[in-house]
Design a binder for this molecule. Sequence first.
Ligand code: PLP
Length: 447
Amino acid sequence: MLPAVTVLLDLPGIQQLLDVTPRAVVTDAIRAVVEDARGVAHGVPANDAEWTAAIIEAVTVRQQPSLRRLFNATGVVLHTNLGRAPLAAAALQAIQDVASGFCNLEYDIANGVRGSRHSHCSALIAELTGAEDAMVVNNCAAALVLALNSCADGREAIISRGELVEIGGSFRVPDIMAKSGAALIEVGTTNRTHADDYRRALSPRTGAIVTVHRSNFTLEGFVAAVPPRDLAAIAAEGGVPLIHDFGSGLLLDLAPWGLSGEPTASDAIRAGASLVLMSGDKLLGGPQAGIVVGRAEWIGAMRRNPLARAFRVDKLTLAALEATLALYRDPARAVVEIPALAMLTAPVEAIAARAEHLAASLRATGIAASTRAVDATVGGGAFPTARIPSAAVAIEVTDVDTAATRLRGARVPVIGRIADGVLLLDLRGVPSELDAELGALVAGALS
Ligand SMILES: *Cc1c(COP(=O)(O)O)cnc(C)c1O
């Protein structure tokens, strides 16, 4: 005989729970626990303590937020599925300052009149990239739609067939471009596009030339592409803007840390593009945003476009972005305080030492753990082929899938990766101050 819901509600442990938990949540959890016990031959709670524990567990699961923190031990530092860039402390503080009360989001404090939300990060972005002007929208995909719609609505946009790419879940460049109102004029071939291909496509109907950075793949072998500098010259010949979808938002040269070959935003501006588009939450290390930098004339056209209203950013984003950007005024500080950059540039020796320490602490709890030298990747559409030396804790169990599932089921989920039959926890994407918490979660989940 299973106990009645009212009986379980009266248990002392459950009465205590009711002090801090809405009654509806508790009764719902009790019904579910009783329902689970129905028809089960064994494993039914045997006494009041076990019923109480099962109900508390069910309440905990029900009260978990849908969106929650987790450990990214995948070795992909800027993982789109895992929220891309973590924010700097300064960015979190700015959100707190601005969003816990009122702010001058659209208010001109000096003159006491209505202002523009587009005024907030523009000067700082222009200063950091060398551009004339800048604008911030919701994400880079929105920036591409708005830029194309502002330059080439009802006209033609010329793009190389080698750049009609898919960037990530549900972002295909040709689909996004078609929605902008511009007619796509494809030139060249998948592997080779030449300056003359663009020149021949120019006509009085042309609204823009578009170039998209190959942010998540490389093309090797018999290939040819027209560099942005030459494309800018061709666009100028045709009297149309060059829109450069640049993606990563890299503001600093990371070559001293072994990450070379990707242009910075300043490089893209110097090459002469009229508009350069990038994400805020990739290598820039800030909140989700689409940042547009370039010629004042075209940025002005984008601000006046009615679609700008549909793509506008909120005050939380602007606060976090401005604080993140401000860190770049001192590059040495940016590399330390912007988590994405700190993770990507951390010396491998330090990560290896942390992995040794963590593995030893797991072995002390009886878990078969060792360490491996592994390669991490940047992720987030940048440096697609770069391998960053890293270190992982290797969990050596026969059933790695079950171990991985258990780690995902931890109070704070731990997401690793399986390679060669072992479960790897790459520490490059784990802040060092969280090593102890990670160790406790792994020990709890696997022992
Ligand atoms: C990532 C990326 C995008 C999409 O950026 P979101 O901010 O995710 O919309 C667009 N273009 C390029 C080249 C990218 O790398």
